[in-house]
Design a protein around this ligand. Sequence first.
Ligand code: NAD
Ligand code: TYD
Length: 354
Amino acid sequence: MIIVTGGAGFIGANFVLDWLRDCDEPIVNVDNLTYAGNAETLAPLAGDPRHIFSQVDICDRAAIDALFVTYRPHAILHFAAESHVDRSINGPAEFVQTNVVGTFTLLEAARAYWNGLAGDEKAAFRFLHVSTDEVFGSLNPTDPAFNEHTAYAPNSPYSASKAASDHFVRAYHHTYGLPTLTTNCSNNYGPYQFPEKLIPLTIINAIGGKKLPVYGDGKNVRDWLYVTDHCAAIRTVLQKGVPGETYNIGGWNEQANIDVVHTLCRTLDELRPSASGTAYAAQIEFVKDRPGHDRRYAIDATRIERELGWRPAETFETGIRKTVLWYLEHPEWVAGVTSGSYRHWMETHYAGTV
Ligand code: NAD
Ligand code: TYD
């Protein structure tokens, strides 16, 4: 039995679905269903006894303690977070609460539980903290990619809150010996991503005939990784990672935003040409830049590849094609998210059971 936090969000839900597709070990999915949590994504697991959904805030210490006592997990995988940089600029308080106080609360609950374990159970327990490459700040064009020794230099309220949570995780290993693992991954893309992020926003706006907003000059660079490759990397770190260590995860795939948007437009031109026959790229619009916008992120994933044997399975080409096809083939999921009806999914499908 493992506990996953944030398992109704983009990466957490992909992780839960992949895990239960491949093995029978049950998951307690702890998610308080913020705007980014979508229970509809977990619909394929309705009635599956291996998936126990618990609508709990990670800041609720008593509720988290109760989950540890009831389910006695051998690991907790912590995905839950406020995750959108633009929202963190408009309202940073939630980011401090969930990302810092929430992570601290989980660490305290995990420490109390782990202290009560003995022998093999105690040795086997892991606290895996899912973090981001944004904690390392911004690179110049010729700088080497981030590795596990790069100094932290977060620039947005989002990355500052993630950096703070990473520091707490580090301190809990160093001070209390809690067997922690931290992963710092680059930008993910793939199925079930909330359309406030660049790739799903571009796909959905394109087919909806709307503008495709590109911030600034469009030359900010991100490393992109297909979400199931990130999930596989997390499983590898859980199995083989050394407690107290951190692992950078990336796709060796740096792309300027404008190139990402053009790739999406070309893929859509081929798979779902616009009714008028006009290329989707005509909808691109350069808009006001994000304040403090980090110029470049790049990940050196040598360590996880060499020490743990993980490599991404998808290239950007295969991953983008799969992603575009997924959004085209799941108009009901997109409609639920864009209309907001996904927020009522739990009440209508699970009335009285959660
Ligand atoms: P997301 O925003 O899609 O999902 C976050 C989930 O956490 C949602 O289901 C939400 O309901 C839940 N949540 C938020 N606050 C909570 C709280 N107080 N209690 C319980 N649940 C809560 O995020 P994501 O993109 O899936 O990211 C998951 C993790 O991976 C985050 O920690 C993020 O920092 C990290 N990460 C994301 C990316 C990326 O490109 N998306 C890249 C690297 C790392
Ligand atoms: P985003 O998906 O928000 O991820 P992050 O900010 O965590 O990297 O944005 C990815 C990049 O795309 C980032 O450089 C900001 C840019 N961007 C746009 O140009 N237009 C948009 O509408 C969005 C949402 C992002």
